[in-house]
Write a protein that binds this ligand. Sequence first.
Ligand code: AMP
Length: 418
Amino acid sequence: MDRLAAMAARYQAPKGTFDVLPAEEAARALVAEHAGRLLDAAGHGRIETPALEETEVFARGVGASTDIVSKEMFSFTDRGGRGLTLRPEGTAPICRAYIEHGMHKDPQPVKLWYAGPFFRAESPQRGRYRQFNQIGAEVIGTDSPLADAELIVLLDELLRGLGIADLELRLGSLGSPEARAAYRDELRDYLREHEAELSDDVRARLDSNPMRAFDSDHEGTRAVIGAAPTMLERLEADDAEHFAAVRALLDAAGVPYRLDPTLVRGLDYYTRTIFSFVCDRLGAQSEIGGGGRYDGLIGQLGGPDTPAIGWAAGTERILLALDEEVAMPGMDLFIAVAEDRQRAKAVALAGELRHAGISVEIDLAGRSIKGQMKQADRVRAARTLILDEGDSARLRDMATGEERRVEPSEVLELIRPG
Ligand code: AMP
């Protein structure tokens, strides 16, 4: 919002939230249509879950120690004493729905997609909000590397198809929770041996999060971590084989990626493949979309053990990366009247034409005929029907200025789309 206007406004949208004004809707609609078309065409069915879930859907006891779960959720107790949370992400609610509706009895895998608002109490900055929108896809009920590759190809197509350039796909594998736990212990022991060379920050978090050392820009820490063992080197045989298969499929599909042995994701339920599409132009919040396998999550939520994989992309970050003005489509027709007594006729005709699928605006502000013609230009009407005095009418092509006499009753035939 304009700074002066913001100072004058008594109420403002809550911290980290924003209004989407009509002029900004066209770009959003473009992204939503592109994503919907792509995911429908790949055989994913759209699912909608509530904006609220029982808090336990996200905070599942086991390993629920990620920042998102521990401090970034908007949680409250309702009047019935139930703990509820505004959904911070889409995967856990979809797994809840998969179990609740017995989707494991359907032919597997179940392929879904979703789009909608999500909520995290993060500190806001460019590309990071407290209410934001995600488009996401899930493939539930198969551990085939084909599902990993197909989903990654879809996200690649979603982003590139919109014209987002300079994207980098980072790819890694976390293996099984057991291998990961063993690796963390090994890494912690290794870092302890080099404790004196590490930054204070990394040393303070050695116990809780040794992986943090990978993100450090402290010189000594970087030297130590450069020689550290990586998770990819510690994958168990079947996880390593699975990862090799995913990579071979991506190579065959011609999707370039960079192996990132240090890749981690914000949520703790991931296993095996994880990936992230990054666009450096976006600055600090450079990830546009990402995801991974979550083979243990449905089991943790009380369902049958079911392997699954998914991703989510942030609509606002897509729009930042597109950085393009998308114009609202203009009107098919504006109806202008020379005399006030024709206004009722304009209302009736506009209704009839809209019913036939034509976009029509009429003057609602009592403008003169000259003012109405200006308004027709402002709404970028392709044509204007001018109801003249004495019940004659003209249809004006607004691009060429050409006019022809018409009967109002034949307008529909003359401008019928297609
Ligand atoms: P995540 O659910 O954390 O795996 O994030 C998936 C995608 O959602 C990210 O790549 C971002 O594009 C988007 N995203 C996550 N958190 C936010 C946020 N606070 N504000 C805006 N977009 C976000």
